[in-house]
Design a protein around this ligand. Structure first.
Ligand code: ATP
Ligand code: MG
Length: 360
């Protein structure tokens, strides 16, 4: 017998429902490995970083934390943030620190409609809808450029400037990533989103690079849409979408809209990828720590389990990812749903159904 393919995963549940959904995702992945007849296995190490750690130590992550993470095959993340710690400290101190240091410049957020869950769109064929938001994850509006207390420039009172950074290299690599992804999908189409009618420098550069890159992919259909129009399109003509590529802020907002259209923020999965694989990539549900429902067994684990499926694809196990998706669909189709999608099942009930669904 050959040794199983071993994947080393760093688990960072962090805060609130992050702990519950990471535990659920781990249980499902371990059940999957157990059923693989020794073909592959997961070795986990769990790290206690997050807001409680911050309150004890004054740091969101250990000083040598990044060093300890860098050799893992992947990071499986929960959610960061808690009302007692300012958001910019918790977010920048942990999640964005990992994204930036490990150069995870592509953030992939599929929007998937599931059987048994009524989407607010209520189109006859909602479950046929399926598109992916590709978010530029390293620059744009979240580059952290600007400052407060810039005196002498305004009519009085404090002045703050928040700038967005767009580089040709940053735009080009995320667009090539989006076009390459489109080539793997049934519908070969990339929609580029900006607000370049009002943001006349960075987003015009984005548009220029998009046109140039598109010329290398004549087999892929393209469109450029302003973000306000794209918001309407998500609701009115989602069947016209396949891959949507947008800057950090625009894609953040659009992907939340997409997951709400699919029925709940709790369903949405994401991958923060370091496409060159020099550093580990990070897989996490789109939702936050949800303090309003944390610790009550109400959290929907499907976003976290869908993120685990993206991790399996990254590991080169697409058949196993497909098994997870089938288990998710079987669970929602059977009406085993948490409260956010209209049911009364607990996190544990859904997790158990997902595990049963792996072997169905
Ligand atoms: P962040 O600032 O971290 O992005 P947020 O302010 O966007 O967080 P979330 O924590 O994602 O907010 O929660 C938004 C709403 O969605 C809350 O009402 C929360 O209860 C709900 N929600 C989030 N995640 C889940 C989940 N996994 N299951 C059920 N409901 C969820
Ligand atoms: Mg949010």
């Amino acid at each position: 017998m050959t040794a199983p393919r071993m994947f080393r995963i760093a688990a960072i549940p962090a805060d609130g429902v992050g702990k519950e959904v990471v535990a659920a995702g781990r249980a499902v992945l371990d059940a999957l490995a157990e059923g693989s007849a020794g073909a592959f296995a997961f070795e986990w190490e769990e790290f206690p970083w997050g807001c409680e750690f911050y309150e004890r130590t004054g740091r969101m992550i250990d000083d040598d934390g990044l060093d300890r993470l860098k050799d893992f095959d992947a990071i499986y993340f929960g959610a960061v943030g808690w009302p007692t710690v300012p958001d910019h400290i918790s977010l920048w101190g942990l999640r964005l620190k990992i994204c930036q240091n490990f150069d995870q410049w592509a953030n992939v957020r599929p929007v998937q409609f599931l059987p048994g869950i009524t989407s607010p769109l209520r189109k006859a064929d909602d479950t046929e809808l399926d598109w992916v938001v590709v978010r530029e994850n390293s620059e744009g509006e979240y580059a952290g450029l600007g400052g407060r207390n810039l005196s002498g420039r305004g009519p009085g009172g404090e002045v703050a400037v928040q700038s967005a950074l767009f580089t040709e290299v940053g735009c080009e690599r995320i667009m090539r990533f989006a076009f390459d992804l489109a080539r793997t999908r049934a519908r070969r189409k990339v929609s580029s989103v900006t607000k370049s009618n009002a943001q006349q420098y960075g987003m015009v550069l984005w548009d220029d690079v998009f046109k140039r890159v598109a010329a290398d992919y004549p087999d892929v259909e393209t469109e450029s849409v302003l973000v306000d129009a794209m918001s309407a399109k998500f609701v009115l003509h989602p069947e016209d979408l396949s891959v949507v590529v947008a800057s950090n802020l625009n894609a953040d907002i659009l992907s939340d809209l997409g997951s709400a259209l699919a029925g709940s923020l709790g369903l949405a999965a994401s991958a923060n990828l370091n496409p060159k694989r020099r550093f580990p990539s990070m897989f996490e549900p789109v939702h936050g720590s949800a303090p309003d429902i944390a610790g009550q067994g109400l959290a929907n684990p499907i976003g976290a389990v869908g993120s685990a499926a993206l991790m399996l694809e990254h590991f080169g196990l697409p058949d196993q990812a497909a098994r997870l998706h089938k288990a998710i669909e079987a669970t929602t189709a059977a009406g085993i749903l948490t409260r956010d999608v209209g049911g009364s099942a607990s996190t544990e009930d859904v997790t158990k159904a997902l595990i049963d669904g792996l072997n169905a």
